[in-house]
Design a protein around this ligand. Structure first.
Ligand code: ZN
Length: 179
């Protein structure tokens, strides 16, 4: 996944939108080797973030795996008996004063499992701004001209495979293995 510094100006995927609106700020675009501040997230904030992660706004190509941990299922998240497939879309978080934040849905995993602490202004927006299913949240998306859809919520963990090279009887073959 591409790395963006927190609070840098969002530009990914916005080319050609043609709608005049405040620029979103990037939050939570973590990558291997890039430092970030940490703190244990509160259940309250994670609940709010979870509800926002149910609403995807910009599709990313393919599934993005977490670069910070070897857990191949990091993008499959479960909270309060609900499942979400993270890592393939973006979310928007709105503050009361008009700021917009653009984050990957994996931010939920980053906060929960890596104790990633987003910037204070983002946390304030998460705490005080509109949260789905509030009508105001969808009105803010509409004002930005952003289409949204429900984030994929598979009933079960999707099966994953990877291709590995093995030597069988002196010959190297590619074998499909379940991970
Ligand atoms: Zn991870």
């Amino acid at each position: 996944m591409t790395y963006y510094e927190d609070l840098s100006e969002y530009s990914y995927h916005e080319v050609g939108v043609g709608i005049s609106h405040p620029k979103a700020k990037n939050v939570g675009w973590l990558a291997a080797g890039k430092k970030f501040r940490t703190s244990e997230p509160t259940k309250h904030l994670l609940d709010k973030l979870w509800n926002i992660c149910k609403v995807s706004v910009v599709q990313m190509r393919g599934i993005h795996q977490c670069e910070l941990c070897p857990n191949v299922d990091a993008d499959f998240a479960t909270r309060n008996d609900e499942n979400l497939l993270l890592g393939s879309a973006e979310i928007r978080v709105f503050s009361h004063n008009g700021d917009v934040y653009a984050a990957p849905t994996l931010i939920y995993h980053y906060m929960l499992d890596h104790q990633y602490l987003p910037p204070d202004e983002f946390l304030r927006a998460l705490n005080e701004g509109p949260i789905p299913p509030a009508q105001e949240y969808f009105e803010r998306l509409a004002k930005l001209g952003l289409e949204w859809w429900k984030t994929s919520a598979p009933a079960e963990k999707p099966e994953r495979f990877r291709f590995v090279r093995e030597t069988v009887g002196g010959e190297t073959v590619i074998v499909k293995k379940k991970v």
